[in-house]
Design a protein around this ligand. Structure first.
Ligand code: SF4
Length: 224
């Protein structure tokens, strides 16, 4: 049965990677079991995780620091139902879940189709007592969700910059240079010159000459 659980977990992680689920840091939840806490520790981290005084005797200190570094949410899985309720919350877009393979399989099946990256824990003292986890595996899972989101948001901002540069430059140049120059030249040169010349030269000259020369000369010759 343990082999089946392991295969199920690795298959789930493969599917999560293929889905390429992007997640902002505030939408990512880091969930770990309370058995990671040192069994001699008297701090009640199940009630409030911030009760951990970060003495470094267990990995709770490292997980808390990691959540602060990446700006992600962190929660202790004190029981199956409570953990599932936390995972299925609307604000949770992606989950990095630490547990044994058996708990991971049941949790993954219940929380489908939520994007969950499962990280199996280490059990040097057996199940449910002073368990451990490889921090490199946890960091790798967090980066999968967060870094892919950052890359995509950077691409979107780069695209927006290109769009804003091109539009204003081309429109202004075309509008200001061509229109005003051509209209003014045509209007001032052609119309006034042609009308004035025709009106003043032809009409007055022809009428005056004919009226003064012909009439007086013909009347005087016939009387003599
Ligand atoms: S780091 Fe120290 S204080 Fe925090 S849970 Fe582990 S043993 Fe307790």
């Amino acid at each position: 049965m343990e082999i089946i659980d392991k295969k199920f977990v690795s298959l789930n992680n493969l599917m999560t990677r293929l889905r390429k689920k992007k997640c902002p840091p505030e939408g990512l939840l880091l969930l770990f079991p309370h058995c990671i806490q040192n069994s001699k520790c008297k701090q009640n981290i199940k009630h409030d995780i911030n009760e951990c005084i970060r003495c470094g005797k267990c990995k709770v200190k490292d997980l808390l620091e990691l959540s602060e570094e990446y700006g992600i949410s962190i929660s202790v899985a004190s029981g199956g139902r409570v953990a599932l309720k936390r995972v299925m919350a609307k604000e949770v877009q992606g989950v990095v879940a630490i547990a044994c393979e058996k708990e991971l399989r049941t949790g993954l099946m219940a929380a489908m189709p939520k994007a969950i990256y499962a990280v199996p824990n280490q059990r040097p003292y057996g199940y449910c007592v002073d368990t451990d986890v490889y921090m490199d595996d946890v960091i790798k899972a967090i980066k999968f969700f967060v870094s892919s989101y950052e890359k995509d948001s950077n691409r979107l901002t780069a695209k927006k910059k290109v769009v804003t540069k091109k539009k204003p430059e081309t429109k202004k140049k075309v509008a200001t240079k061509k229109k005003p120059e051509t209209k003014k030249k045509v209007a001032t040169k052609k119309k006034p010159e042609t009308k004035k010349k025709v009106a003043t030269k032809k009409k007055p000259e022809t009428k005056k000459k004919v009226a003064t020369k012909k009439k007086p000369e013909t009347k005087k010759k016939t009387d003599d």
